[in-house]
Design a protein around this ligand. Structure first.
Ligand SMILES: Cc1cc2nc3c(=O)[nH]c(=O)nc-3n(C[C@H](O)[C@H](O)[C@H](O)COP(=O)(O)OP(=O)(O)OC[C@H]3O[C@@H](n4cnc5c(N)ncnc54)[C@H](O)[C@@H]3O)c2cc1C
Ligand SMILES: NC(=O)c1ccc[n+]([C@@H]2O[C@H](COP(=O)([O-])OP(=O)(O)OC[C@H]3O[C@@H](n4cnc5c(N)ncnc54)[C@H](OP(=O)(O)O)[C@@H]3O)[C@@H](O)[C@H]2O)c1
Length: 599
């Protein structure tokens, strides 16, 4: 086997990929990593979703990294451009950008058991040429709400006007005075429909556009829509966040606690009163704000909390506009050359049809799931076919048995219906870096003579146990009350997306990982050569002890030299000092590790 190219390969430069990279370089600075990104920009969701009004529905002070707080968010729920700027800024500040290979798509990854490495095939989209990269660890950060659902309405290919998905917004399309049909009524549609109907401003869209002539929105099932003011933060507030010690942390904690408490309402057995109160509040708000003719259409028959929450972004208000029509009882059956035909036979002309019909969420890692092959050449799809009727599952939503050194961000049962995905991803990253510690840590050869381990895999029993627990707990949660949503596999009713417990417990699990019970660590039978730090680590291990001793002696001498001004620090000496410090850290960790296992 030829060289190891990198210690860690991260697929995707969205929020999760950046999160993993930053924490990795903070905890294991000697590990090499690459981020392979198929798009030409970082940010994932926030770079791709550019529809008018796109923004987050978790307050930005909580929808941001705990290690990179931002005191000057302009408003409570930031819009797409500000969020994307935030991720760009964080990536730049933490030196991650130079590790990203843009327009490079991972096509395949195969586990080589002999050498304990992943052999990853990457397509350079600019040249059309593929290459192989050998990495010790692969982290999938490809997202879960990234592949737009196909339009399954018959005749879609016949349409002569513009047809696009909300997550692939056609910015050349000027909706002013045009007739637009919108299919769907989830979070995405609720954000952009009011802007089509009212016209855009520079604040909620990149260009100012007049109102559409007609917006006809087709819905299937209503959502419980919540009132959600979006105050702009004052200068004083931003100043307080920046300069008053702990103010921003406390505000963040308050936001967290306020959202986390919603979990009480998710219990089918005990959350009934909370859900009834919330239902009454929503109905009262809807009746106060939306036109009477739509009250029935806007009242869901499902339990509140069963589908993902949708916030009102002037949506109810815009339903009063003369150019707005909501159709809920006469679905589109055919797309024609000029528009749509409904079940009742109504023909509607459309200059554009905008699909806001959601994402492929039940196909975790699709289309890579058939191309990622672990032990025995088995693909993720084949693994799930065998173990869980084709539905995705993982231990802690992150590790899959038979797929050593492979970690899935935003994996099965990791998302939440009430908190921030950034929070859960941070927990996942902490979890992974703990699991990877025996592989990534630099150990002192003075204290440990055993060879460095190079692979880790969750046991099948642990994976099975965790998923039985998830499905068991899900039975008493509101998501199993009978609605359809992107959390649930419609056929089986199985919860594939949500973590069925409090999010603070998810964090707790990321701190106390039962590695010795649930994971198996190995040393591969063959050594991989390489130019990366992983290789450097292996090659040096036999004489590292000598280096440590020499370094300590050298450091004392060097320190004296620097103190007395006879030695000037150059790049090389700086590197040497870093090495010495890193080795000493290794000694300390080994000592503490031994003590811990004794005590
Ligand atoms: C419109 C919208 C609004 C949302 N708002 C919220 C919110 O308010 N709060 C919340 O908690 N969550 C929200 N979410 C969920 C959101 O997806 C996550 O919060 C988060 O941004 C996901 O980040 P990610 O990095 O895991 O995935 P993504 O952002 O989807 O990034 C995945 C990246 O992987 C790349 N990639 C994929 N396949 C490959 C491949 N084969 N090779 C190389 N690169 C690849 C993609 O190009 C992309 O850049 C929202 C989702 C959407 C769609
Ligand atoms: N921060 C935010 O505010 C924000 C914004 C956008 C997205 N998001 C995230 O992304 C997720 C997906 O949001 P989304 O709005 O893109 O998708 P979604 O929540 O899956 O909503 C899609 C909607 O389209 C409807 N639909 C599908 N096909 C239809 C058809 N043929 N005719 C009529 N209606 C049809 C669905 O109806 P049924 O319910 O009947 O299936 C569903 O209500 C959200 O849940 C959220 O997590 C967040």
């Amino acid at each position: 086997m030829s060289q190891l190219d990198t210690d860690i390969l991260i697929i995707g430069a969205g929020m999760s990929g950046l999160n993993f990279a930053i924490r990795l370089q903070q905890l294991y600075p000697h590990s090499s990593y690459r981020i392979v990104e198929s798009a030409s920009d970082l940010g994932g969701t926030w770079s791709v979703n550019t529809y008018p009004g796109c923004g987050c529905d978790v307050a930005s002070h909580f929808y941001s990294f705990s290690f990179a707080l931002k005191p000057d968010w302009t408003q409570k729920f930031a819009l797409q451009r500000e969020i994307l700027e935030y991720f760009r800024d964080v990536a730049e500040r933490y030196g991650v950008t130079r590790h990203i290979e843009y327009e490079s798509a991972v096509q395949k990854a195969t586990w080589d058991e002999n050498y304990g490495v992943w052999v990853v095939e990457i397509l350079d989209k600019k040249t059309g040429v593929s290459r192989l990269v050998r990495s010790r660890v692969v982290v999938s950060a490809v997202g879960a709400l990234s592949i737009p659902k196909k339009c399954e309405i018959q005749g879609v290919a016949e349409f002569k006007g513009r047809l696009f998905h909300s997550a692939r917004w056609d910015h050349d399309f000027d909706w002013a005075n045009k007739e637009v049909v919108v299919i769907g009524n989830g979070c995405s549609a609720t954000q952009f429909v009011p802007i089509l109907s009212n016209g855009s401003t520079k604040t909620n869209y990149i260009v100012i556009r007049k109102a559409a002539k007609k917006v006809t929105q087709f819905s299937r099932q209503p959502h419980w829509i919540a009132e959600r003011p979006n105050p702009v933060y004052s200068s004083l507030f931003k100043w307080s966040m920046r300069y008053i010690p702990l103010a921003m942390r406390l505000y963040r904690f308050w936001l967290y606690a306020d959202m986390e408490k919603d979990f009480f309402g998710f219990y089918l057995s005990t959350g009934g009163k909370i859900r009834r109160d919330l239902t009454n509040t929503r109905i009262e708000y809807m009746k106060r704000t939306a036109p009477v003719k739509y009250h029935a259409a806007l009242t869901p028959a499902t339990e509140i909390g069963c589908k993902r929450k949708v916030n009102d972004t002037d949506y109810f208000d815009c339903l009063h506009n003369d150019n707005m029509e909501l159709v809920w009882d006469d679905p589109v059956t055919t797309i024609t050359e000029t528009g749509v035909r409904t079940k009742s036979g109504r023909e509607l002309y459309a200059d554009a049809i905008i699909l806001a019909n959601g994402f492929e969420t039940q196909k975790v890692l699709y289309p890579l799931s058939s191309e990622i092959r672990g032990e025995g050449g088995v693909s993720l799809d084949e693994h799930w076919d065998k173990l869980s009727n084709g539905l995705p599952q993982a231990y802690y939503g992150t590790c899959v048995s038979s797929f050593p050194n492979f970690f899935v961000m935003m994996g099965p049962n990791t998302t939440t219906g009430h908190l921030s995905v950034i929070y859960s991803t941070e927990c996942q990253v902490n979890f992974c870096l703990r699991v990877l510690k025996p592989i990534l840590q630099r150990r002192s050869p003075l204290l440990s003579r055993t060879p460095q381990l190079d692979s880790v895999c969750v046991t099948p029993e642990a994976e099975k146990r965790d998923n039985a627990w998830i499905q068991n707990l899900s039975k008493d949660l509101v998501w199993s009350s009978g609605c359809t949503s992107w959390y649930i596999d419609n056929k089986s009713g199985r919860n594939t997306m949500l973590y069925p417990d409090w999010q603070f417990k998810y964090w707790w699990r990321s701190v106390f990982v039962p590695t010795s019970r649930d994971f198996v660590y190995r040393r591969s039978v063959k050594d991989v050569g390489g130019s990366g730090p992983g290789e450097k680590r292996n090659r040096r291990s036999s004489w590292n002890g000598v280096v440590v001793l020499a370094s300590v002696v050298g450091a004392v001498g060097l320190g004296t030299g620097i103190a007395f001004g006879s030695v000037k620090i150059s790049g090389d000496i700086d590197d040497l000092l870093k090495d010495i410090l890193s080795e000493l850290k290794g000694v300390r960790e080994s000592v503490l590790g031994s003590l811990k296992s004794v005590l």
